[in-house]
Design a protein around this ligand. Structure first.
Ligand SMILES: Cc1cc2nc3c(=O)[nH]c(=O)nc-3n(C[C@H](O)[C@H](O)[C@H](O)COP(=O)(O)OP(=O)(O)OC[C@H]3O[C@@H](n4cnc5c(N)ncnc54)[C@H](O)[C@@H]3O)c2cc1C
Length: 369
């Protein structure tokens, strides 16, 4: 007997399941052989408090304390490692830099000389300005996911992997959740299926919300010989044309692509890798002999690029936890607390009160008219 069935064991479903399991009997279902195989296992692993719209920033800010001071026993090592976020632009992008600074006055401006000091491979005469955010950091995504899984199990939660949900119907106050070999019931289901969230809704005969999975590519390159890159910032083009950062002694580079895709096991495309190299080599001096590794994942956005969290206005007991876009890891503590608060009507723990302000903005009711 379960109170809640969570569909999808990415960071969204796993963190929500862990928080819900505090007061409810929860079953977490994952189609793949293990949790985190899709978007959550393919991210750039960065915490960027100034990234995304106001709602995203609110839920990210509410999550910061968790990453910096997780519950005792959650992880053996720190979840976040300091790394400045540096937005950069050429002279031609001065207007974008000005707009970003106006939107986020806490960012401090640095000039070309300071840029060269911080990231010595920047080609002279290319990037002319930067904006520094010192609050960002690298996240240990696997430690966050494993920590939530551990917490979930400690709280009595059950996980079934290799268990794709293939049908959903509702009768007599219960959702019947069809798996390949059996039916399971619960009064509440949580749709945390990432890129597949609209497909899961369709199983329940609900109209899609227009969630759009968008492919993003990343590659790993050798760092320049003899350079100590570990304290370089995360460097993002102010118009999000590329970003790069140190990653365990290598350079992680992305063309910041956003190619619409069907839900799938996303794979990197040669063209996106070529675009990444082209944009990167336009602004850095680096002799690149080979690409060490490449991958792609799907970042899934609602039409307004805001999260979708709340009960469906039509289907009783159907809870949406979707549209995490490019911010699903960094906002997961806040999002999972919000899900628990809305599903169980429980009080928000100290430190999470601010997320109440976003309840309306993330509600799926905004799509019904
Ligand atoms: C290249 C890249 C860089 C990124 N960088 C960052 C970053 O630096 N910081 C950040 O915060 N975010 C980043 N993101 C975004 C982040 O990865 C996502 O927002 C987040 O992982 C979404 O989590 P999720 O749990 O919603 O989705 P997923 O991790 O995709 O999980 C959904 C799960 O649902 C399962 N599922 C689907 N259908 C069914 C079904 N019918 N039955 C059972 N299970 C089902 C899937 O198998 C999957 O495991 C990045 C993403 C990419 C691709």
């Amino acid at each position: 007997m379960y109170d809640i069935i969570v569909i999808g064991a990415g960071i969204a479903g796993t963190s929500a399941a862990a928080e819900l399991a505090l007061d409810a009997r929860v079953l977490l279902l994952e189609a793949e052989a293990r949790p985190g195989m899709h978007a959550s296992g393919r991210s750039a692993a960065y915490f960027a408090p100034t990234y995304g719209n106001e709602v995203v920033q609110n839920l990210t800010a509410a999550s910061e304390r968790f990453f910096r001071k997780p519950p005792t026993g959650f992880a053996e090592a720190p979840l976040i490692h300091p790394r400045d976020l540096l937005f950069v632009g050429t002279q031609a992008q001065a207007a974008s830099i000005d707009a970003m600074q106006a939107a986020s006055p806490s960012l401090s401006v640095i000039d070309a000389a300071e840029l060269a000091k911080r990231v010595p491979i920047i080609k002279a005469g290319t990037l002319s300005q930067g904006l520094i955010d010192p609050v960002g950091g690298d996240l240990d995504v696997d430690a966050v996911l494993q920590g939530y899984l551990r917490l979930y199990r400690q709280r009595g939660g059950a996980l079934l992997t290799n268990c794709a949900v293939t049908g959903l119907s509702y009768s007599l106050g219960q959702w019947q959740v069809a798996l390949s070999d059996r039916q399971i019931t619960a009064p509440i289901i949580v749709n945390a299926a990432g890129a597949w969230a609209d497909e899961v809704a369709a199983l329940a005969s609900l109209k899609p919300l227009g969630l759009m999975p968008k492919r993003r590519t990343a590659i790993l390159l050798n760092a320049p010989a003899l350079a100590d890159i570990k304290d370089w910032p995360m460097v993002i083009d102010v118009d999000e044309q590329f970003y790069f950062k140190p990653d365990a002694g290598q350079i992680l580079l992305s063309p910041a692509d956003e190619t619409p895709s069907l839900p799938c096991d996303a794979q990197p495309e040669e063209l996106d890798i070529a675009i990444a190299m082209d944009r990167f080599l336009a602004v850095v001096d680096l002799d690149i002999k080979s690409i060490n590794h490449s991958w792609a994942g799907l970042r899934t956005f609602a039409p307004d690029k805001t999260f979708v969290v709340g009960f469906d206005p039509i289907a009783k007991g159907f809870f949406w936890l979707a549209g995490q876009g490019g911010y699903g890891v960094q906002s997961s503590p806040g999002m999972s607390q919000l899900a628990r608060h809305l599903i169980l009507q429980s009080a928000l723990p100290t430190g999470y009160e601010r997320i109440k302000a976003s309840v309306e903005a993330v509600s799926p009711t905004r799509f019904s008219s």
